[in-house]
Design a protein around this ligand. Sequence first.
Ligand SMILES: *Cc1c(COP(=O)(O)O)cnc(C)c1O
Length: 398
Amino acid sequence: MSELKNMPDENGFFGEYGGQVLPPPLIEVMNDINNQYEKVSKTAEFQDRLKSLYADYVGRPSPIYYAQRLTEQLGGARIFFKREDLNHTGAHKINHCLGEALLAQHMGKKKVLAETGAGQHGVALATACALVGIPCEIHMGEVDIKKEHPNVTKMKILGCKIVPVSRGTKTLKDAVDSAFEEYLTNPVDFFYAIGSVVGPHPFPKMVRDFQSVVGIEAREQFLTKENKLPNILMGCVGGGSNAIGLFTAFLDDKDVRMIGVEPAGLGLDTDQHAATLTLGSKGAIHGFKCYNLQDEKGEPLPVYSIASGLDYPGVGPQHCYLKDIKRVEYYSVDDKECLDAFMQLSRLEGLIPALESAHAVAYAMKIAPNMSPDETILINLSGRGDKDVDFVADRLDL
Ligand SMILES: *Cc1c(COP(=O)(O)O)cnc(C)c1O
């Protein structure tokens, strides 16, 4: 296996990024999770269970779709989508939530907990916990609870306990603090299920491994369809799980360019964006080292994107490393470009994308016209836009 595919090192570092920026007792807990994960994930029993759930429960493999009308409209490179939007629960998140729930069950944990912003991670995790039969507790800001009513209802129906958070701005950041405090009351019996390739080691590695099924499938499917690899892979980057899930299987394919697309929000020249890799500086956040958007004191800055799933002031440590060694390029698109891509994809292809995924689509729409029709772009369509339709209709006065 290549060096790139072998990362992180045994201490959870991707170059200088990642690791465990935690007090010693928590490092012990994380190392226990890592040891058990390393052991159980290599057993046939665990792999078979995960494989059969991916197939029969999630609906994997997700297809690859050639978007002919979008391609014709853009008049350049041919555009393909990896259809993670077709997964059960409507996005890629179920891939790692199932893995985390199975691990928590294997470790005999008594409760799985997490925070959620828009509720996407909450719903995927509540689904996985219902499936394996383990109690699930989701912390959510009161402002988000009001905004994201359908997801709150889904979590309740799935049997998950919702803890409303009324401190601070009553949004994601406060929900993280609240969930983490609860976790600290009993980290031995509880499992904090992180929702992306972020957090302390081993989470960036584990979540990446669970998501890498996306790229493994895509590489094979694309070769079968086209007899060659795609010229460019593209994925939106919040924490970075769907993008790294697609990229991992192609890391050694030197001719395949990879592009991560960050949210520029209202513009990179404003303070209303979440373009962490584009404008961030090195520091620690939530237990690991990465590029992040922080003030002089190292406190995370408030960040913003029209897509709440991309709205995070840090980013996965592997992405930081891949940026530095220039294996992956990172660019950003703003809210307006995202909305435009959202509508174009809906009307040209009948695919309503998640606003997160629409960022990747928007960047492809920018560069495809300047490419040759012999070239191809494969985009990870990380989720469907059902959750976003009311917001977009309101915003565009439809
Ligand atoms: C949560 C979410 C994302 C962002 O998370 P990553 O870890 O960056 O992939 C992207 N797309 C969808 C549909 C999501 O729900």
